[in-house]
Design a protein around this ligand. Structure first.
Ligand code: AP5
Length: 223
């Protein structure tokens, strides 16, 4: 099973992706997390991606497709896959459609998360992340001790691209370059499951599980 998590910045793709990994045992391939980890490692990819990410722009398609291919090749064929933040452009989706049959897979469904911009801004302004990629929120999901990851004790940071002016740009980029994917997948034989993303985290989790169970038979709703 292959499912794509699609939606604007801050809508909760990473939050729900992590819950689905816990609930269903699937693997999550999150291109934003992979790029941030490449930056921390000081790799060539990380250096190339830095400027685009900090400006709220998309990293070029060829770099992203190569990164995803590398991870796809290592996957256990039996395990379900969640793509979080990929594809982000129609050319990336076309590349994914070409790559998946090479590993005997196809896109089964798209979870499309939607929420108003004011909700997205509030969530992003409150987001704090650990270097290992755990995500908290000072308003909605605070760590036990202020500014410190519950699990590793690492200091939490406000992402460089979470500054308000960069968030505005990311939302524009989403509308212009990523939202055409909605029509792309609506026209394909792929289930597009629309999820109201502005409820609380557990409500959204329930809606996701319900949609996956009803539309794709994945897991059991509420189980
Ligand atoms: P990426 O890391 O993918 O960022 P994004 O898509 O902009 O998404 P976010 O991580 O901001 O939000 P999210 O939807 O995961 O929300 P979260 O769960 O954290 O990409 C970053 C950059 O990398 C891009 O701008 C681009 O430069 C580059 N990039 C990545 N992929 C690329 C690609 N394929 N092609 C080209 N470039 C690429 O939640 C947000 C906050 O809200 C958290 O604090 C969370 O705790 C809280 N929250 C979540 N759900 C709820 C809820 N229901 N109620 C209350 N609070 C909630």
């Amino acid at each position: 099973m292959v499912v794509i998590l699609l939606g604007p910045p801050g809508v909760g793709k990473g939050t729900q992706g992590a819950r689905l990994v816990d609930d269903l045992g699937w693997v999550r391939i999150a291109t934003g997390d992979l790029l941030r980890s490449a930056r921390r490692a000081g790799s060539e990819l990380g250096d190339k991606a830095r400027e685009y990410m900090d400006a709220g722009e998309l990293v070029p398609d060829d770099l992203i497709v190569a990164l995803v291919r590398e991870h796809l090749e290592k996957l256990d064929p039996e395990v379900g896959v969640l793509f979080d933040g990929f594809p982000r452009t129609v050319p990336q989706a076309v590349s994914l459609d070409a790559m998946l049959p090479e590993v005997s897979r196809k896109v089964d469904g798209v979870l499309l998360f939607e929420a108003p911009d004011d909700v997205l801004f509030k969530r992003i302004s409150g987001r704090r992340s650990s270097p290992e990629g755990r995500v908290y929120n000072v308003y909605f999901d605070p760590p036990k001790a202020d500014g410190v990851c519950d699990v590793t004790g690492s200091p939490l940071v406000h992402r460089e691209d979470d500054r308000p002016e960069t968030v505005e740009r990311r939302l524009e980029v989403y509308q212009k370059q990523t939202s055409p994917l909605i029509s792309y997948y609506d026209a394909a034989p792929t289930r597009v499951m629309r999820i109201q993303g502005d409820g609380d985290m557990e409500e959204v989790r329930g809606a996701v599980r319900e949609a996956l169970a009803t539309e794709l038979g994945a897991g059991a709703a509420g189980a």
